[in-house]
Write a protein that binds this ligand. Sequence first.
Ligand SMILES: *Cc1c(COP(=O)(O)O)cnc(C)c1O
Length: 290
Amino acid sequence: MSELMIYVNGEYVPKSQATTSIYDHGFLYGDGVFEGIRAYNGRVFKLAEHIDRLYDSARAIALNIPMSKEEMEEAILETLRKNNLKDAYIRPIVSRGIGDLGLDPRKCPNPNIFIITQPWDAMYGDLYETGLTAITVGIRRNAPDALSPNIKSLNYLNNILAKIEANEKGGDEAIFLDSRGFISEGSGDNIFCIKNGRILTPPTINNLKGITRAVAIEILEKLGYDVLEKDIGLFDLYTADEIFVTGTAAEAAPIVKIDGRIIGNGKVGPITKQVADTFAEFTRSNGTEI
Ligand SMILES: *Cc1c(COP(=O)(O)O)cnc(C)c1O
């Protein structure tokens, strides 16, 4: 297969030549924002929502993306067309751009815009059938009054530290608590827990406003379940009948063990299965045509 083409500031260049300077503040400081988007069956799922969030993330860090949302949408679709992709993972990245070694973003006049697209299979493989093991990690989720967890920024050290800790402790996924000790989210996905047919998920003050999270809530409510956005504690997780996490990469992934506690009967629960199946139907028939 020929090399994947990457969008770089308005040009389409082969992957091996898609580079930026080591003086790009995205590299030096994690100063920039990104999105993770999927295309299924020739359609990009929730494209407008992802683009809105990219621009919101940028606005929150006072980064002005030098193209309109319409132009961004067209650039994403064109990158997919150039690579002849129908099912893909899409990664738009906007970095602060090239500056000097100082922090000052005023020294970076031109943000860099990259769009990576690539083929993509299910993130957790067989684990969708058997369920994931999760570990609540000691490292806390970034506090809203420090670096807001609502920003999908290039600074993912908080999440990487969680992943390192979960790996070390034998978990497939890390679950963050916030600085108050309430459940926040996974390292790259939002969390839901189910008890007696009632669905709980944390409000988005302490986690990323997941687009898959919003779709899962919509699906659950259509199926007739009550979804309650409220603070959740460790006790709620340990005693849940079912737990699942949602994200563009993870889709809806079941968690069957957390900190050594078996969740429910240790198998993928019926409501989780319903959400995952409905989500799969949804992604295959909705979205912006490439
Ligand atoms: C991207 C991400 C999510 C999931 O968001 P989606 O819009 O559903 O993909 C959740 N948490 C974190 C930390 C993320 O980076």
